[in-house]
Design a protein around this ligand. Sequence first.
Ligand code: UT7
Length: 327
Amino acid sequence: MSKAAITGIHGYVPDYILTNAELERMVDTNDEWITSRTGIKERHILKGEGMGSSHMGSKAVAGLLEKMNIKPEQVDLLICATTTPDYVFPCTANLICDMVGIRNIGSFDIQAACSGFLYALTIGTQFIETGKYRKVIVVGADKMSAITDYTDRTTCVLFGDGAGAVMLEPNDEGVGVLDSIIKSDGSGQNHLLQKAGGSRYPPSHETVEKRWHYVYQDGPSVFKFAVKNMADVSAEIMERNHLSGSDVAWLVPHQANKRIIDATAHRMGIESDRVMLNIHKYGNTTAATIPLCLFDYESQLKKGDNLIMAAFGGGFTWGAAYIKWAY
Ligand code: UT7
């Protein structure tokens, strides 16, 4: 059976940079608190009326196709992980395909909050491993600024906008996505959610007044679950693949909080110089954090490098993947 290998990666962040200094003028916060508690210095924000996650996702996909010299008609499937779809329906994957000229293929969204990219990658991998498709694009795209309450200092400092896309293709050289684990526990639903806008609480004057269309997060509770579960699932995937810390070239963690990343790396026995980190530049871009890390570090990756991806997010959802880099 062929493995699914990541054969290309591209990322996109919008131009506007929201710094800690600007946030200091918006809410009662300061650079020292944000930097020491989260590791974030700045984040990119998508500005402009009528602009959604698809605008960033399509830039990432168009860049990927151009870079790999692949025509839209060669793509077999496109999966988009997002928590901030442009619309309730149609899905953002459909919109991205339309924007880049990909027609008449399957495309759909996956919603697993900050673990969305890992979930979508796991699903995309199955289509390659079964032999059904040969070119699958997995996108992570989120416009978190659309659901961030810029009067709430406990959440508005955390999030940013961005997108990343990878190409999956069959490989028989022993490289690619070698294993993945995805998990969820819906009893965590009330700790991290956007309460209104879905079928339970459709938009109304009351939901707007109560600010239910914004991210709500009980930070300390989520922090506790994130530290434990991201470290546990990373240890689990390493154990079942007989990997020790020294076998791992790179940890590719979801970028929610530098302290969570450090705790995960410590548990895995991985030194900080082998941990991909870009939270200082982008903040938490939800489904885009992992592909944006790969994009930023692409030039440092070597064929055969062992990568462990790990994520934790709303739901709760979490997971890990073991990848042997293919190029
Ligand atoms: O990506 C999806 C999963 N999400 C996560 O993994 C995020 C998990 N949680 C976290 O990363 C952290 O809990 C936060 C970064 C959100 C918060 O950090 P914390 O160390 O847990 O702070 P805290 O919520 O316990 O707040 C400590 C203090 C509070 O003040 P008092 O009650 O001690 O007086 C907060 O009101 O810090 C205050 N505070 C702030 N102060 C300045 C909260 N936000 C801010 C702020 N600026 N932006």
